[in-house]
Structures are given as structure tokens and as C-alpha cells.
Design a protein around this ligand. Structure first.
Ligand code: 13P
Length: 252
């Protein structure tokens, strides 16, 4: 009912030639990936237009890593939802912990970005997750609830059904330290319950919840098999064809 989504967040990596080579490799190997799994790349803004043209009509979807919430206007450096649609994007990340930490994204900014994405016909992937201090203080459930409430209440059921969640514990990002399947499943179960309380059973059953944080092909098998994990948001391992496809085919 929820097809697995394997998404590669390229972060601030890849010049044009490298990006072209990575996409060529992914497209060449995509046939190994079971047909019911979906593939998504999230390159930096500079590569969206040319890679959008490259993946158009293929089974690889395109998304961006951030957006400005307004449609257009005097917002120097801003990239709007309609611009991302125009470049071929279907998805956009909102609230990645690196945006929260290094760019101060929070509160009304995230609220507006989710709505700006939906208004432009993009599917937001809303990221949330606790840091190490919060986990060690046993505050994970409260932190997830607060981050959920920062941007999602007030959406209609139809709007929420367009959103994907990504649980990315900050202590697992780029550290080589992945959440155990038990930790990940528990966090995803909490998020699913929150979806159900806020938007009803049907929406909760439809919304995908991705796991992110040091996903590799070796640990992907155990994670993707869990009932509430509907895919992976991959950073470092998405920058090489073999490791990205290794995750996309894990356990299949
Ligand atoms: P890593 O896979 O490099 O830990 O990054 C995860 C991430 O932040 C994806 O958005």
C-alpha cells in the first residue's frame, strides 16, 4: 500500500559533470530495482534543470533540498516552489536538520515552506529527529511531537496525504552510527500515531515515513523490512552509484 521510496539527498555535493555521471549510472542500473520501489534524487539547485531533463520520463524522480515559501518577489537568492516545478521537481525537502541548525529554519518558516510547496504542487518531505542530548535525556517523543506541531497542524487531510515524513535522528547523520531497527521502528510508530490522531487513520496509512541517518546497503535490509519504515533518505551513500543502488535493492 505504501511503495518504498529511496531518496538520495546529495546535499552540497556534485559539480555538473559528476552529477551527470551519477545520474547516468543510476539510470543504467535502475532496472535492478524492484518495480514497486520508487527512486528520487535531490541534487543541489544548480543541477536541477539539466538533471530534470535527463531523468524526465524515467523511473527516477527529481526533488530539491529547500525552497522559499513565496511564489516570487524581491527575495534575493530565494528559489520558489513554482521555479522548482518548472525545473522538473516533484518533491522538496523541508526542515532538514542541517537547515534547522545552520540556517535557522524553524517555526513559521517551516510552516510557510510546507504550504508554499503544496501550493506549487510539490510534495514536501518534512524532516524531523532528535539530537543526542535529547535522546539521552529520554525526550525523543516530545521533540518529535514538537517538530511535528511546528509545521503540520492545520493542513487539510488531502494536503497531509501529499506530505512524506523523514525521521532523521541527528546523532545518526553522517556519523556512521545508524539507529537500530528497534529505535527507528519506535520513532516511526510514534509519528504514525501522531498522524492518525491529527489526520485520521486513512491519512496515517497513506503517508510514507522515511528513515535517514547513515543508511548503507548493509543496514538497509533490516530497516526497510520494518512495518512503519517506508523508505530511506540517504546522504553520503547516495553519492555513489553502487551504494545508492545497493540500498535501493536491499532485501529485494
Ligand atoms: P547520511 O546518510 O550521510 O548520514 O545523511 C543522512 C541525511 O541527512 C539525509 O538527508
Amino acid at each position: 500500500m505504501r511503495p518504498l521510496l529511496i531518496a538520495g539527498n546529495w546535499k552540497m555535493h556534485m559539480l555538473r559533470e559528476e552529477g551527470q555521471a551519477l545520474v547516468a549510472g543510476i539510470l543504467a542500473g535502475a532496472a535492478q530495482v524492484p518495480a514497486e520501489r520508487e527512486l528520487l534524487i535531490l541534487p543541489p539547485f544548480t543541477l536541477l534543470v539539466e538533471l530534470g531533463a535527463r531523468v524526465a520520463g524515467s523511473r527516477v524522480d527529481l526533488g530539491a533540498q529547500d525552497l522559499h515559501w513565496e511564489e516570487s518577489g524581491a527575495f534575493t537568492s530565494g528559489i520558489s516552489g513554482p521555479m522548482l516545478r518548472d525545473a522538473g521537481c516533484r518533491y522538496v525537502l523541508v526542515g532538514h536538520s542541517e537547515r534547522r541548525e545552520h540556517f535557522g529554519d524553524s517555526g513559521v518558516v517551516l510552516w510557510n515552506k510546507v504550504r508554499g510547496a503544496l501550493k506549487a504542487g510539490l510534495r514536501p518531505i518534512y524532516c524531523l529527529g532528535e539530537n543526542l542530548d535529547q535522546r539521552e535525556a529520554d525526550r525523543t517523543a516530545d521533540v518529535l511531537a514538537a517538530q511535528f506541531n511546528e509545521a503540520l497542524p492545520g493542513l487539510s487531510r488531502e494536503e497531509m496525504a501529499q506530505v512524506t515524513l523523514a525521521y532523521e535522528p541527528v546523532w545518526a547523520i553522517g556519523t556512521g552510527r545508524t539507529a537500530t531497527p528497534e529505535i527507528a521502528q519506535e520513532a516511526h510508530r510514534l509519528l504514525r500515531r501522531r498522524l492518525s490522531e491529527g489526520f485520521g487513520e486513512e491519512v496515517a496509512a497513506r503517508v510514507r515515513i522515511l528513515y535517514g541517518g547513515s543508511v548503507k546497503s548493509e543496514n538497509a535490509v533490516g530497516l526497510l523490512a520494518l512495518p512503519d519504515i517506508d523508505g530511506a533518505l540517504v546522504g553520503g551513500a547516495s553519492l555513489r552509484v553502487e551504494s545508492f543502488l545497493g540500498i535501493a535493492t536491499a532485501g529485494a
